[in-house]
Write a protein that binds this ligand. Structure first.
Ligand code: AMP
Length: 301
């Protein structure tokens, strides 16, 4: 397994693979890898075959973190990540640095206002923005988040030159936005969305689960309980008013002492358009603060 840290070396490697007809599969991550990430790696290997090449990027992208979010505290463990990738047969781990990705200063400290970008506009001033699917849910709670995601994913696609890129259903809205961006901007690659891996008690695997100490870990299962509540309701009643189901979810979250509902939404899975009646096939997503940790989850009902 090769560890590549420079942009030029990554592009050189990708071009060489392209010239020799190798299929390139790509899994973008922010590291602190867990079984959910590794399931994406396995899916990617399946897609590109033995002769293909699998690239995992590990980059905690500053521009997708809001001014008051956990960028500097985000868990990092590169040594362990390399070990996991090596064991899974990854060909290249790409770990670019901030200085190359966003020339000029990037701010790791908390910023003063939501408008203050994490990058220095004297060194970097181009962004990719999806303007429809990114307006709701995560986009409402984290106004600059998806701009950071679409921008960095575009940059990574230009560096890794993948034929296929695999994203997790865990970040459903993100996957929908990336698919839309790839279609809109004619990126010559295929996007695959792989299922969410969960702990035994239903909690979706996430690097941020590391923050959950003591009873907070137990309380975090409330997201899965909300999904099950919605599933049971739809199974029994076939159609149910979204507003009523939202109220029931809010009540369930309120039962946990350190949990606070940020949002819950019921919507069409592809267009992300909210529905007023929840029926089988409706998609549900929610974000809940467990103490200071913000967790998200989603599922088809
Ligand atoms: P992250 O490192 O959190 O940015 O995630 C990198 C990729 O892994 C994204 O496409 C996520 O959707 C995906 N991912 C994160 N958690 C899971 C999970 N529990 N199951 C499957 N994929 C996941």
């Amino acid at each position: 397994m090769r560890i590549v840290t420079s942009i030029a070396a990554m592009q050189r490697q990708a071009r060489q693979w392209q010239r020799t007809g190798k299929c390139i599969g790509f899994v973008p991550t922010m590291g602190c890898l867990h079984a959910g990430h590794m399931s994406l790696v396995r899916e990617t290997r399946k897609r590109v075959g033995k002769a293909g090449k699998v690239v995992v990027s590990i980059y905690v992208n500053p521009t997708q973190f809001g001014p008051k979010e956990d960028f500097s505290k985000y868990p990092r463990d590169l040594k362990r990540d390399f070990k996991l990738c090596r064991a899974e047969g990854v060909d290249v781990v790409f770990t670019p640095g901030d200085k190359e990705m966003y020339p000029g200063e990037t701010r790791s400290r908390q910023c003063e206002s939501a408008d203050e970008p994490r990058f220095d506009k004297r060194g970097y001033s181009t962004c990719v923005v999806e303007e429809k699917l990114s307006q709701s849910m995560e986009g409402t709670s984290r106004p600059t988040h998806f701009r950071g995601v679409t921008t960095v994913v575009t940059k990574l696609f230009n560096l890794v030159l993948p034929d296929v890129a695999v994203f997790g259903a865990k970040d459903w809205q993100q996957a929908a936005i990336i698919k839309r961006m790839v279609a809109d901007l004619n990126f010559p690659l295929k996007i695959i969305v792989a299922p969410t891996l969960r702990e035994r008690d239903g909690l979706a695997m996430s690097s941020r689960n590391k923050y959950l100490e003591g009873d907070l870990r137990r309380q975090a299962t409330v997201l899965w309980c909300c999904i099950q509540l919605a599933r049971a309701t739809v199974k029994k009643l076939k159609a149910f008013p979204a507003a009523k189901l939202k109220a029931a979810v809010k009540k369930l979250v309120a039962c946990e002492p350190d949990a606070r509902l940020d949002y819950v939404e019921f919507f069409e899975p592809d267009t992300l358009s909210p529905v007023s009646k929840v029926t089988p096939g409706t998609h549900m997503a929610l974000a809940v603060f467990i103490g200071k940790t913000r967790l998200i989850d989603n599922a088809r009902l």
